[in-house]
Design a protein around this ligand. Structure first.
Ligand SMILES: Nc1nc2c(ncn2[C@@H]2O[C@H](COP(=O)(O)OP(=O)(O)OP(=O)(O)O)[C@@H](O)[C@H]2O)c(=O)[nH]1
Ligand SMILES: [Mg+2]
Length: 675
């Protein structure tokens, strides 16, 4: 639980500041435990989850190793030095621009064959390197034994076995880092003559120095890698001559060069693995191996249940019912929020704060700003602490448990076919599900998707139809008065999501996505990780919402002093009335411009004040769910997708939210539905 005290570094901004400290950079495939090791050594916290692509931006912290302070850097997972997705590119760019003290290449020991090619590429890049064979616990359960010292000799770099989740081997890793000094390792990969020749030619054409070896840059150039091309252009290298070598070499081979080089590298990896690794699934005593076997087939059976639609869909519905409806909607939004908002803040804290403040500050204008109806304390802080935090907290607890089991990649497989109809692959399930936590974080996670088209559709749907945890909690809490109301809300939002997804896939050009996702083993969530992760996300969320809520309170205060507030609310009153709501509901949409959850909080207050009918509540919930993305999400969308796409999305979303609200209100009132 020491982690609780750590700075959290899962922020949305890429931090490129350089410190004077020697740097240790963690690199490796996704989902191998880099962030667990980062959390162990550094004073910052990076989120750990059981699916590939948890870390999508660089995280930094400081850590004492062998009595010396280092800067520790965690990077997004990458499969090879030639990236496919954006989060891999983040790591590749980092490699191009860093001269660290040492790289820790973290690999999953039970998948050595698949992971060592990146080690060989890093050796080819002639960077200072230590290989960390992590997840030794899972490898030994599978009867995998690795001869560490033989592997060290073969590769020419230090190799350390760890089970980072239990802290095993990390002391040895610390000692190895402390005594590390760079010794160039021999690059033993034998490429065929044409490729070898081309690498030699291109590297001799490179005049400048790079953070990685010229041969490694040459290999990337041979594969027309975008980042490598950018780097050599910056250094005014002879691009034309390089292009000629590349073209000539491509002609020599009937297969793409990437394929040929991957196969040739893999051949060498296979040779190494067969000499250093033994695999005996029946290892151990008779009893032990039987237990392992049955454990294996047990998790395979669960896997099947989760992935096959006949059983997978009912399981998904159960997860939603208990996780969201009962726990977030019932317990958090009902019991906890009720107590905090109405009793604790409403009856005790706020009256006391108002009285104390007013007795010290006798100026009504200032009183209004801090403790008035829309005051910084009475509205912004109360909303943030008593309403948003319990909802977000409850949601993140459920969410962390789901993440840590490895359920999300299985859900991705289950839903892949439905997602293909919306122009996305099953992989997009992960950012979409994360959107229920916080759409701002989730928009960044669209980096893990392969095609631009898929990224645009996913960002669009996140902005349009996925309610964030706080908003969802409020809506679940309010709509719990009638299961019919909740069903109407869910069907309309689900339908809109599928319809817009389907239409976007027809309109937005681009290649069809292919589905590839690594399937991590199912794991039992660790309580400490669930708590630390929930705490760090709540902290992040709190500092994200509180300033915006405070700014909203201040703007409302200025607006009320100048009369602009009434005008804005009156203007928003019109679309409210079009969808059958009282004009006062304009206030809620006005809040919604700041954040959707702020709007939802306004809706909660109107509901408590008995100002809305059953139909009104459903229509308002639907419109608010489909309403504008919040400011933070909009900014991240601008950063990830560009200003044009972001503005186009917002322009479409705003009127369409009211159009859907109008239709639903029309249908419900025409058919005389009473809720
Ligand atoms: N059994 C076992 N699980 C581990 C070990 N190390 C990490 N894990 C689990 O592996 C999963 C992935 O860990 P992370 O630290 O998030 O992996 P990462 O390499 O940072 O992944 P990305 O951010 O996706 O690139 C989590 O569920 C961890 O609990 C280990 O040594 N043994
Ligand atoms: Mg990570």
């Amino acid at each position: 639980m020491l982690h609780i005290l750590k700075k959290q570094s899962c922020c949305c901004v890429e931090d490129d500041t350089h410190s004077d400290l020697d740097r240790i950079i963690l690199v490796g495939n996704p989902n191998v435990g880099k962030s667990v090791i980062f959390n162990h050594f550094s004073d910052s916290y990076a989120v750990v989850s059981n699916y590939p692509g948890t870390t999508v931006a660089v995280s930094k912290g400081k850590g004492l190793i062998g009595g010396k302070e280092y800067e520790i850097v965690d990077t997004p997972g990458m499969y090879s030095l030639q990236p496919i997705t954006d989060e891999e590119r983040v790591s590749q760019k980092y490699l191009f621009n860093s001269k660290p003290f040492v790289y820790l290449h973290v690999v999953d020991a039970k998948n050595l064959q698949r992971m060592l090619p990146l080690t060989l590429q890093l050796i080819e890049a002639r960077v200072p390197l230590i290989l960390v064979l992590n997840m030794m616990d899972e490898a030994s359960v599978r009867g995998i034994r690795i001869n560490e010292s033989k592997l060290e000799k073969k590769l020419g770099i230090p190799v350390i076995c760890t089970t980072s989740i239990k802290g095993e081997g990390l002391d040895r890793l610390e000692d190895t880092i402390s005594s590390y000094s760079y010794q160039p390792a021999e690059n033993n990969v034998k490429y065929s003559r044409g490729i070898d020749h081309a690498i030699g030619m291109i590297s001799s054409l490179l005049g400048s120095e790079y953070a990685i070896s010229k041969e490694a840059v040459a290999e990337l150039l041979l594969l027309n890698d975008v980042v490598a091309l950018e780097e050599v252009k910056k250094n005014n290298e002879d691009i034309e001559a390089i292009g000629k070598v590349t073209e000539g070499t491509e002609k020599e081979y009937s297969d793409p060069l990437n394929y040929v080089m991957t196969i040739e590298r893999q051949e060498y990896v296979n040779e190494i693995v067969s000499s250093v690794m033994t695999e005996n699934p029946m290892a151990g005593t008779g009893q032990e191996s039987m237990r392992k076997e049955s454990g294996h087939s047990f998790s395979e059976r669960i896997d099947k249940l989760l992935i096959q639609p006949l059983t997978g869909i009912p399981i998904l519905l159960l997860v939603l019912y208990f996780g969201l409806y009962k726990f977030v909607g019932g317990f958090a939004a009902g019991t906890v929020v009720d107590y905090l908002e109405s009793t604790l803040f409403g009856e005790h804290i706020n009256p006391w704060v108002i009285e104390t403040f007013n007795s010290f500050v006798p100026y009504p204008v200032v009183q209004d700003l801090f403790v008035g109806e829309y005051g910084i304390f009475t509205q912004a802080v109360t909303y943030a602490i008593a309403l948003i935090m319990p909802l977000v907290g409850a949601f993140f607890i459920v969410f962390s448990i789901i993440e840590d089991t490895g359920y999300l990649p299985r859900l991705a497989m289950l839903i892949d076919r439905a997602f293909k109809k919306m122009g996305m692959s099953g992989r997009a399930v992960i950012p979409m599900v994360l959107g229920f936590g916080c759409a701002t974080m989730a928009t960044m996670v669209t980096r893990t998707l392969e095609t631009k088209r898929e990224k645009v559709i996913a960002s669009m749907l996140l902005a349009l139809a996925i309610p964030c945890s706080a908003q969802l909690g409020v809506i679940l809490g309010i709509l719990s008065f009638s299961s019919k109301a909740l069903a109407i809300w869910a069907v309309v939002i689900g339908f809109e999501l599928m319809l817009i997804g389907y239409l976007s896939s027809l309109v937005i050009p681009g290649e069809k996505p292919s589905f590839f996702i690594e399937m991590p083993p199912l794991r039992l969530p660790k309580l400490s990780n669930v708590l630390v992760k929930t705490y760090s996300r709540m902290q992040w969320y709190f500092f994200e919402v509180l300033p915006l809520f405070v700014i909203a309170s201040v703007l409302i205060w200025i607006g009320r002093l100048t009369g602009l507030f009434d005008i804005a609310v009156r203007i928003m009153g019109y679309p409210s009335q079009w969808i059958g709501l009282p004009a006062e509901a304009g206030l809620m949409f006005f809040y919604g411009f700041f954040r959707r959850d702020f709007g939802a909080a306004g809706l909660f207050d109107m509901y408590n004040a008995g100002m809305l009918t059953g139909v009104n509540i459903v229509v308002a919930s639907i419109t608010l769910t489909l309403f504008m993305p919040c400011i933070a999400q909009f900014l991240v969308t601008v950063k990830e997708r560009g200003i044009k796409t972001a503005v186009a999305m917002a322009t479409f979303i705003f009127p369409s939210a009211f159009a859907v609200g109008f239709i639903v209100n029309y249908l419900l009132t025409t058919f005389g539905v009473v809720l």
